[in-house]
Every structure is written in C-alpha cells, then in structure tokens.
Ligand binder design. Structure first.
Ligand SMILES: *Cc1c(COP(=O)(O)O)cnc(C)c1O
Length: 225
C-alpha cells in the first residue's frame, strides 16, 4: 500500500471508532480529503484508494487540478470565496462550504441559475475568533439561513465551522458543541451536513455530531508550500 492509502485506512478506522462512540456508523461520516497544495497525481492516488470528496481552498488552484482529474470526485470549496470567483466556482464545485454573506449567496445563486444549476452550499459559522476571520457570527447564523433560503439557484444543506488550533483537541469540544446546537435548530431541509473537524480534532468533532470532516495533513502529510 502507498503511504496515502495507508494513512487513509488508518483515518477511516479512527473515524469508525469516533462514530461508534457517538452511536453512529462509519458511513454516517463523510470524509472530505483536503488537497490544497497537493498535486493531481497524489490526489488521484487518494481517489483510487477510498476518497470520494475533495476540498480545496483556492478556486484557481482547484480548477487546474479539476481539468486533470475531472468529476471522478466531488469537489468542495472550503476557503474564503470572493464574489468575483463565484462564477468559476459554480462550474465545478458540488458543495461550497463557506457562504458567509448575503452578497456572496446572491452572487452564487445568480451564477448557478445562469448555468441552470442548483448550487449546494453550507453556511460558514465563525465559532472561534482565533480560527478564522470569516464566517457568520453564531448569533446571526440561523437568521442568515432563513435570509438566504429563498435565493434561486442556491440550496443550503447545513453548516461548517472551525475550532481554534489548541494543543489538546479536548479543548475544541465546546466549540463543536456550540455549532451543533445551532445546526440542530435549522429547518429539516437545511439540516443535512454538519462539517467540522480537521486533522487535529476530527474525533472530538464526530463525537459532538459532525457528519462531515475535512482532513488534509493526516492523509497527505505536512504542507510544505
Ligand atoms: C486546510 C483546511 C483543512 C484541513 O486541515 P488539516 O489540519 O490539514 O487536516 C480543513 N478545513 C479548512 C477550512 C482548511 O482550510
């Protein structure tokens, strides 16, 4: 087995164990392999192993790889999306995980509608001041979900959040629990995905209800670029 395939089988096992602790099956947790800075051949290796979903932070970098890899995996956008990149993004991302403003939501909807596509999105919630400067503040997350629910070309399928980088993943638990509480209040048709947990903290995130985790380093090794 290659390093990547080996890493993936170890991660799948850890996901299964965390899911079991939460009384759920491994199938209930979708793994998004985060491939920023990872080249197309190594991404292909991951797809050949078990990966069905990949996450990218930059539209242009992702588009270059998408031209090589195509739709043999589902593409997730997990970075900060600028409005002027919405048109390119809706062409090939199946899930945009980082919608955090009405303007961006409208632009995504407009661009998707032009392609006669319905773009699936998650709302990024800023559960931690330290982790990222993007995202809707928790107090506004549910009203924001209501606000963008009716936009043509757009479908809200859940929420995404990032905990701060803390040496002990246990310390991330309250952040994940807080997002779970908000997510629970979404209307049922918007309550499909709760995307939280990365290499350092995905097991705690799953225990707190994540059904989508975004993992890069543990699969591909440390990013050098
Ligand atoms: C880079 C990134 C990840 C993956 O981080 P790792 O620590 O390498 O697993 C997950 N989510 C977002 C939003 C990222 O930017």
């Amino acid at each position: 087995m290659s390093d990547i395939a080996e890493n993936l089988s170890r991660i799948k096992e850890r996901i299964a164990q965390a899911a079991a602790r939460a009384g759920r099956s491994v199938e209930s947790v979708k793994l998004v392999a985060v491939t920023k800075t990872v080249d197309a051949p190594r991404i292909q290796e991951a797809i050949a192993a078990v990966v069905t979903d990949i996450g990218e932070n930059y539209v242009q970098e992702a588009e270059t790889k998408w031209r090589e890899i195509g739709d043999s995996a589902n593409w997730h956008f997990i970075g900060h999306l600028q409005r002027n990149k919405a048109r390119a993004a809706v062409r090939f991302f199946s899930l945009i995980q980082s919608v955090d403003s009405l303007d961006l939501a409208k632009e995504i909807g407009r661009r998707a509608a032009n392609l006669e596509k319905i773009q699936d999105v998650l709302i990024e919630v800023r559960i931690s001041e330290e982790a990222t400067k993007f995202g809707v503040v928790p107090e506004k997350a549910l009203s924001f979900a209501g606000e963008i629910a009716g936009i043509e070309g757009l479908r809200v399928l859940g929420m995404m959040g990032m905990a701060p980088f803390l040496p002990d993943p246990e310390d991330s638990r309250p952040y994940f629990a807080a997002l779970r509480k908000i997510w629970d209040k979404l209307p049922e048709e918007q309550r499909l995905y709760l995307s939280m947990g990365m290499t350092a903290d995905f097991e705690v995130a799953i225990e707190e209800g994540a059904n989508m985790v975004r993992i890069g380093t543990a699969i591909f090794g440390p990013r050098t670029a």
